[in-house]
Design a protein around this ligand. Structure first.
Ligand code: SF4
Length: 506
């Protein structure tokens, strides 16, 4: 009987993978549900004996079983150029294993890292992670080994491992793919962290918008409980506030409090969850750890660029031909990602802008395509790589509207604790609205509000409004307590800098 492999991750399901699987079953084939290769433009991707077809619909099933449908055949999936160009450390199992099958996991090197960690003990684990150069993949890029060392050395018996799985950036899906496609790898990474710092309990904080990831993680935690014991793990579901991706808000939310940012110090590594020393790491950070322990720090550290060592699972999305998950060593250029790997825009029109690093990342014009994908290189170009999501726009995009969206997003997601963010984002929307409408300050507003009667009774010209927007962005950048308010100026100012014509300022 023919065995057909089809992904059961959320993206494949959204593309109709269940209906395709049902059609194969009805036609007498055996269907195996596996993780996704990350070639999202080909989902639902169907694999028979290593040969792939995609995107497949239920009507294509019989032709595939008959060995036909050449138009959708991509040949050997593992040899596809999109896969061959990658360096897959974290996503080495993607597309190859059944996510909740412990035998598949063990047969592909699963638990080797944890075994090694238990052999070498806490100090050597921390040394290995430090030597690998692994930096937090959630966006901040802080060295994981230093964080772990701080928690390991902190006083207090009870310690925690918290996995930040509150993936909320536009165009990002790597955390979701780990949790849905290779959940034991994340559990293993957390168990290694627990060995390193002496933690007894761990929490995976996932937003409610990720029901498939929640279900997979819960099932995987139950299936692997004996292997990771005495370390205990639990999934906690957040309501989906962007600011809960900030580690101190996340901890408040985990404690059942309002998801509001805490002032630092104290660092969570010293006083974190329930006031105890806590490792808070993103999914990709923890998922990179089993490979490092199993294969050694050197193999990881020798890949990368500058101070950014190892690989980064980059998520290519937006108006792009070949959207998907592309894991590669740091240093690949933005232009290679967009044009060579992404294949340019899906619309076929010229690329105008690429937003890197989520909704608070800067917009980059094609003149930035030489930038190597690296924390420092993007920071030097007034940008950030964040969680490594890139969203491509063609030449029909209105960059002033995108800038307004950044302010609107910040206003909607602000926790309200500090003024530059809470009020600045609302004022930012208003200024951009005035710029876009060319209205200047509305005189009737001044007339209507007594507290504004001392304001000049005339509209501002566009140059004044743009100066006001710039000043407001500076205030938000330097006066906000956390990254939400502090980074919102990045998309706004980059849009203004590179596309002033969209703001009426040429
Ligand atoms: S910057 Fe915004 S989200 Fe962050 S603490 Fe201030 S008000 Fe809250």
């Amino acid at each position: 009987m023919t065995t057909v492999r089809i992904s059961d991750d959320a993206l494949a399901l959204a593309c109709g993978a269940d209906a395709v699987a049902a059609a194969f079953t009805a036609a007498g084939a055996t269907v195996e549900r596996v993780s996704s290769w990350g070639m999202h433009w080909l989902e639902p991707l169907v694999e028979v004996g290593g040969i792939g077809w995609g995107p497949v619909g239920p009507g294509d099933v019989q032709a595939i079983l008959d060995g036909g449908l050449d138009a959708k055949c991509i040949g050997p999936v593992a040899a596809h150029p999109f896969i061959m160009r990658q360096q897959r450390f974290t996503f080495a199992r993607a597309g190859k294993t059944r996510p909740l099958n412990l035998d598949d996991y063990a047969a592909t090197g699963g638990w080797d890292g944890l075994r090694k960690a238990r052999e070498i003990g806490p100090e050597a684990i921390v040394e290995t992670v430090t030597a690998s150069g692994l930096r937090g993949r959630g966006g901040a890029g802080f060295p994981a080994g230093i964080k772990w060392k701080t928690v390991a050395g902190a006083a207090g018996g009870e310690k925690y491992i918290v996995c930040n799985a509150d993936e909320g950036d536009s165009g990002t899906f790597a955390d979701r793919m780990v949790m849905e496609g290779d959940p034991f790898m994340l559990i293993e990474g957390m168990a290694i962290a627990a060995e390193a710092v002496g933690a007894q309990r761990g929490y995976v904080y996932i937003r409610s918008e990720y029901p498939h990831a929640i279900a997979k993680m819960q099932a995987a935690i139950a299936a692997s409980a004996e292997i990771v014991a005495p370390f205990e793990l639990e999934v906690r579901v957040g309501a989906g506030a962007y600011v809960c991706g900030e580690e101190t808000s996340l901890l408040n939310s985990l404690e059942g409090k309002r998801g509001e940012v805490r002032a630092k110090p104290p660092l969570p590594a010293i006083e974190g969850l329930f006031g105890k020393p806590t490792v808070v790491n993103n999914v990709l950070t923890l998922a990179a750890v089993p490979w490092i322990l199993a294969n050694g720090a050197d193999g990881y550290a020798e890949v990368g660029f500058g101070r950014s060592r190892g690989t980064m699972p980059i998520q290519i999305a937006g108006n792009v031909k070949h959207g998907g998950l592309f894991e590669v060593g740091f240093g690949i250029t933005l232009g290679e990602l967009v044009n060579d790997i992404g294949g340019g825009t899906a619309s076929g029109r010229p690329v105008r802008a690429v937003q890197v690093g989520g909704p608070l990342g800067a917009y980059h014009p094609p003149s930035d395509f030489h930038l190597p994908f690296d924390y420092e290189a993007f920071a030097a170009a007034d940008g950030l790589i964040g969680h490594a999501g890139i969203v491509v726009f063609d030449d029909t995009v209105d960059m002033a509207a995108q800038a307004r969206f950044a302010m609107e997003f910040c206003a909607a997601e602000s926790c309200g604790k500090c003024t530059p963010c809470r009020l600045g984002a609302v004022r930012g929307m208003e200024v951009i609205d005035r710029i876009r409408s060319g209205a200047g300050r509305q005189l009737e507003t001044i007339e209507r509000m007594p507290q504004m009667h001392n304001m000049p009774k005339q509209g501002r010209d566009p140059a004044e409004e743009i100066a006001l927007l710039t000043d407001l962005c500076e205030t938000m950048k330097f006066g906000s307590l956390c990254a939400l308010g502090g980074f919102t100026p990045y998309p706004v100012m980059s849009a203004l800098k590179h596309w002033p014509e969209d703001f009426g300022a040429t």
